[in-house]
Design a binder for this molecule. Structure first.
Ligand SMILES: [Zn+2]
Length: 135
C-alpha cells in the first residue's frame, strides 16, 4: 500500500519514520543522534550533507514566531512586566531549540516527503508494481 500524505503528516508529527511508521529516527539509547537510516525499512534519513539545515530553520521559526513573538507581544501590550518578559525570552530561547530538536528533524523529513511522496521506497515499490501490471 502506498504511503499517503496524511500518513506522512501523522508520522512526522509523531517523530516516526515517514516510510514505515517505525520509531526509528534516532539511534537507540541516544537522545539527539539521528540514525543514518531506518532500522526497520532501511529508508535513508540523512539525504545529503546539509539536508537538515531546513530542520534548523523550522526550529528557529517555531521558537521565534511561535514562542518568543507572543511573549514580546504580551510585554508590548502591558500584560507582562519587562523582567518577566526577559526571563521568559531567555528561558524559552535556551530551552525550546533543544526541546524541539528531535521534532524539527522529523518535521523536515515530513515536509520533504509531503511534497515528494514518490521518493518514499514504499511508494516507489507501489509505482513500479503498477508499471509492471501495465506492461
Ligand atoms: Zn522506516
Amino acid at each position: 500500500m502506498p504511503v499517503t500524505r496524511t500518513q506522512i503528516i501523522t508520522r512526522g508529527l509523531a517523530n516516526r519514520c515517514p516510510n514505515c511508521g517505525g520509531r526509528t529516527l534516532f539511534k537507540a539509547g541516544t537522545l539527539l543522534e539521528l540514525d543514518r537510516s531506518c532500522r526497520d525499512c532501511g529508508l535513508k534519513l540523512e539525504k545529503d550533507e546539509g539536508f537538515f539545515l531546513g530542520a534548523m530553520a523550522i526550529n528557529y521559526g517555531v521558537t521565534c514566531v511561535g514562542l518568543l513573538t507572543p511573549v514580546a507581544a504580551l510585554w508590548y501590550l502591558g500584560a507582562l512586566s519587562g523582567k518577566v518578559a526577559i526571563g521568559l525570552v531567555l528561558g524559552l530561547g535556551l530551552i525550546a531549540p533543544v526541546a524541539l530538536y528531535r521534532s524539527s528533524r522529523s518535521w523536515q523529513l515530513m515536509l520533504y516527503y509531503y511534497f515528494l511522496p514518490q521518493h518514499l521506497p514504499a511508494n516507489r515499490r507501489e509505482l513500479s508494481g503498477l508499471e509492471d501490471e501495465n506492461v
